[in-house]
Design a binder for this molecule. Structure first.
Ligand code: MN
Length: 296
């Protein structure tokens, strides 16, 4: 069974003690198995406090981040590559100390709009850093997810095919592809085919909507997505991600372009996301069972 996750930004924009307490307790109360916490700046993370809250709530955790211009390991600049490797190693340490087994996001480049395409050398050097960091992460049982994002958030991994090729270049068993329906909806020719072709290289998954609001209210064919996840035997976490100007904090507001309010009531959004996800997964599993029954 897939663990169901929730992105902390549906509750809070930062990670003060009060915000951490609220996000973790509400996520557990809503029945989720794990919480994804943005860790763009891991030095601002109160590790011991967060660990205690997670343990008390019985929640798994995932840390997510994107690198920035000064830590861009795809930049071809030795100083930035070194700073990026140090940043990723810091995040591995924080993940280990809070008991997280997964780090995901734009770990392979900066998280911003590029004005030029990536270079072969930049991609190769990024893969070398990811491989070294992955070896450290493996010692703590941590998997690293390369999130495929749209062209306005990175120039490097915009499609599942690019991510598969990159993961093969890195060549570490704990480096996997992370797909997100919002980004696939922009970049892929067919999101179902993308999920099928990624297959067992898929390590983490984000659901959401085309406008990043309530599930089922945008233009993404979510029933087909859930069926593809079930049909391909994906057993990893499925995490709901949604952003509203009501909550999301800096610097994500600007980088993600969250200018509008798609919801006000976190409780209602999250309750609906849980019901919708469970209902879709149930329908997808029954659909597969029925198809086997009828088609032999
Ligand atoms: Mn995502």
């Amino acid at each position: 069974m897939n663990k169901l996750g929730l992105h902390a930004n549906v509750w809070v924009g930062g990670w003060s003690d009060a915000e951490a307490r609220l996000a973790i307790s509400r996520t557990a109360e809503m029945g989720f198995d794990l919480i994804e916490m943005p860790a763009l700046d891991p030095s601002r993370f109160d590790v011991a406090f967060t660990r205690r809250l997670l343990d008390d709530a019985g929640l798994d955790s995932v840390l997510s981040l994107g690198l920035d211009a000064d830590t861009d390991i795809s930049s071809g600049d030795a100083d930035r590559i070194a700073a990026g490797e140090a940043r990723l190693l810091d995040v591995v340490s924080v993940a280990r100390d809070i008991g997280a087994h997964h780090i995901s996001g734009i770990l392979y480049s900066a998280f911003h709009k590029y004005m030029v395409p990536p270079t072969d050398r930049g991609i190769r050097e990024s893969a070398e850093v990811i491989a070294r960091v992955a070896d450290k992460a493996a010692a703590s049982g941590i998997t690293m997810g390369m999130e495929v994002v749209n062209r306005y958030e990175s120039n490097m991994l915009n499609t599942h095919a690019q991510a598969i090729e990159f993961c093969r270049m890195v060549d570490r068993p704990n480096v996997k592809v992370h797909l997100d329906v919002y980004h696939m909806n922009i970049e892929e020719a067919d999101s179902v085919v993308a999920i099928e072709r990624t297959g067992d290289m898929l390590g983490y998954f984000h659901t959401g909507e085309s406008h990043r609001g309530y599930l089922g209210t945008g233009s993404i064919d979510l029933p087909a997505i859930f069926k593809a996840l079930v049909r391909t035997g994906y057993s990893g976490a499925i995490t709901f991600e949604s952003f509203s100007s009501r909550v999301v904090g800096d610097p994500l507001t600007g980088i993600l372009g969250i200018w509008r309010n798609t919801w006000d009531d976190s409780d209602d959004l999250v309750r609906h996301a849980m019901q919708y996800t469970q209902s879709q997964l149930k329908a997808a599993r029954e659909s597969l069972r029925t198809a086997k029954l009828l088609n032999g």
